[in-house]
Structures are given as C-alpha cells and as structure tokens.
Write a protein that binds this ligand. Structure first.
Ligand SMILES: Cc1ncc(COP(=O)(O)O)c(C=O)c1O
Length: 355
C-alpha cells in the first residue's frame, strides 16, 4: 500500500512507523512529520534532522580531533583518518546521542527526569548530559559494574540505582522508575534521536574529509553505526560504512545475513561495549546503509588497541579498537583508499595499572 520498492525500503519505513511506539514518550521534534509513502522525502528529512541535531548539541559537546599516523597508513596501505571520540565529554561518542535525545524532551518530561540502564558509557553520558542541562538522571546499573564506572556516574550527579546483574532486573528497575517518578526512559541505541546524535561524529569527520571512501565503526547495540550510515549517505560522497564486530558478539553480522534480528550466542569479549543487541529501530537503518560487517577475533582487537596506544599515543578502550581491527583484517581490499575510523571511546579502568 505504501509502494515499497523492496524489503529494505519497507523495513526503513517501518522504522518510522515504530518510532511513536518506542519513543513516543520522547517527542521526535524534527522527524515527527516524515511521511510513510515517499523514500526521497524520508532521506531529506533525515539529513535535516541530523543537521538540526548537530546544531542543537554543539554547545554541549567537544568537536573532537581527527588524527593520522604515517606508520599506520604504511601498515594498511591506505590513508587513515581517526575521529577521536575518546576525547569527547564523558570519554565516548555517547554524549552526542544522550544530549540530543534529552534536549528533545518536553518541558514536563525534563522536569521529571530521565532513566536509563547501562553498565557503561551511556550511563556516564546521560549523567553528564543531565548535569549539563539541569535535569535529574536515574541510572540503573548492575551491582557488579566496576566501581570506577559507578563513581563516574555519581561524580556527574546521576542517581545510581543498583540491581542484580541480569537484563530482566535492569529492565524491571528502569520500568519502576518510569512508573513511580514519571521519568522518561532513554534507550542507549534503539532510539532515533540517540541515533541521529551519534551520527554527528561521522558528520564532523566527513565535513573535514569529504573524500573518504569508507568509514569504519564498531557495532554493539547498533546506534553508532546506524547514525554513521545516515551521515555517510548525506554528508559523504559515495562513502560506504563498514562495521567491525567481535566474533564473540556477532549478532549484527548474523542479522544482516539472515534479514532478521539475531541474538548473541556468546558475549565473551574484551570489547565490553559491544555485547548488546541490535534493536528494531536501528536494524532497518543498518540494513539500508551498512555495506558489510567484518568480524574479528579477540587477539585482533587487542593488537589493534595496542597499535592505537602505541602509534597514535592516545588511550582507547577495546570496543573502539574493533573498527581498526576489522580494517587490518581485510586491508587488502582497501589499498590506496582514504578511510575514516571512529575511535568511539577511551574509558578504561586505570585501577588495573600500578599508578
Ligand atoms: C566505546 C564504545 N564503542 C562502541 C559502542 C557501540 O555503540 P552502539 O551500542 O551504539 O552500537 C559502545 C557502546 O556502548 C561503546 O561504549
């Protein structure tokens, strides 16, 4: 009835249909008027929505640097541009999506605060974004989360709610806070406003380096790469998006293969930010805009992380090294190209070191 050309276009439109259901409590501002019957219009609206998201969040985020390394270029046989979101506020790209989604809430919603459940970077980003915007943040974290991460959340003024280390307990606690405090739930990756915010990292990179032929990004819950796909389509020139994923948490790779959202069979990976699952808002965007996903072994992630520390002289966390690991694995296919790599975060537990 909507005249979809193919299953990808249908899936894309369904994303827009679902948005009220999943994020109806967080109004969609720029994108609420997207029609369901015109693929071109969808695209124009996504471009405008990302431009507006970027303008909105700019006062609250860092415009992060782009770094290069002659030695890494030689090692890969291509020209590499690293977008360093490890220097982002809160230590990861997550601040972009958190600020964008929170700023889009109504006055009434802002007064009641927001709630999320996360054991990692999104928890810190929501706490920091809320502190910066003067809003209450309830953060549900498993009691087993590293103390350093709990401290960071509390240090940014987030109200920490500890729970059993199961997804069910996290969801139940978050729902309780929604029910009792009237707080708005923010999903770390399956929320269109979060996705648009995350995509601004690639938008900045492409504005600086418009001739990139590929951008590599790690995949966890799929928010970063879905936003990157929107950015590449609208701010790049024939730029493809390639995902990196650990073999140990390869739900996205298998989901692209099968055409339906698959679950992780294992999550035994050093890349702790990539253990999460794709969602039904970001999956169609990934299907439409991600060229391929390259899976990597744990040893390959560690090698890539060491190279980034050693050659770029910067701290990155294992999840963000997965993008370079993917490129190194298939470097033969990218000879002579200009390639963007998202260094997505730099939050590592320094208590492991003898400082
Ligand atoms: C450092 C880092 N990189 C990548 C990701 C993956 O992002 P997404 O869940 O949006 O796919 C995460 C998610 O927590 C992360 O913390």
């Amino acid at each position: 009835m909507y005249g979809f050309k193919n299953s990808k276009e249908k899936a894309f439109s369904q994303t827009l249909g679902f948005q009220y259901y999943f994020i109806g409590w967080a109004p969609l501002g720029d994108i609420h008027c997207i029609g369901k019957d015109n693929g071109h219009k969808h695209n124009v609206m996504y471009k405008k929505a990302m431009i507006n998201a970027h303008r909105r969040i700019k006062p609250h985020i860092h415009h992060t640097p782009v770094m290069t390394s002659r030695l890494l270029d030689e090692m890969v046989g291509a020209k590499l541009f690293f977008k360093c979101e490890n220097f982002q506020k809160g230590g990861a790209f997550k601040m972009r999506g958190a600020v964008n989604a929170i700023m889009q809430l109504s006055h009434g919603q802002k007064e009641k605060g927001v709630v999320t459940h996360s054991s990692g970077n999104f928890a810190q980003a929501v706490s920091l974004a809320c502190q910066s915007l003067g809003i209450k943040a309830y953060i549900v974290m498993p009691s087993t989360a590293p103390q350093v991460k709990k401290n960071a959340v509390m240090g940014y003024g987030g109200m920490l709610v500890e729970c059993e280390p199961t997804l069910q307990a996290r969801e139940q606690n978050a729902k309780h806070l929604v029910d009792t405090k009237g707080a708005t739930f923010l999903h770390p990756s399956n929320n269109l406003e979060v996705i648009l915010g995350q995509g601004t990292a690639a938008k900045e990179l492409l504005e600086k380096r418009p001739r990139l032929s590929h951008v590599f990004a790690p995949i966890g819950g799929g928010g970063l790469i879905a936003g990157t796909a929107i950015a590449a389509r609208h701010f790049g020139s024939s730029c493809t998006v390639i995902g990196g994923e650990p073999f140990e948490a390869d739900d996205a790779y298998r989901s692209l293969e099968s055409g339906t959202i698959e679950t992780n069979r294992t999550t035994n990976t050093v890349a702790d930010g990539l253990k999460t699952q794709l969602g039904d808002i970001n999956f169609p965007l990934i299907q439409q805009g991600v060229d391929r996903i390259i899976r990597v072994q744990e040893s390959e992630i560690i090698t890539a992380m060491r190279l980034i520390w050693e050659r770029l002289k910067i701290i990155c966390e294992p999840s963000s090294a997965v993008a370079l690991a993917a490129l190194l694995k298939e470097k033969g296919a990218f000879q002579g190209e200009q390639i963007g790599i998202l260094i997505s975060g730099g939050n590592v537990d320094l208590d492991q070191w003898p400082f």
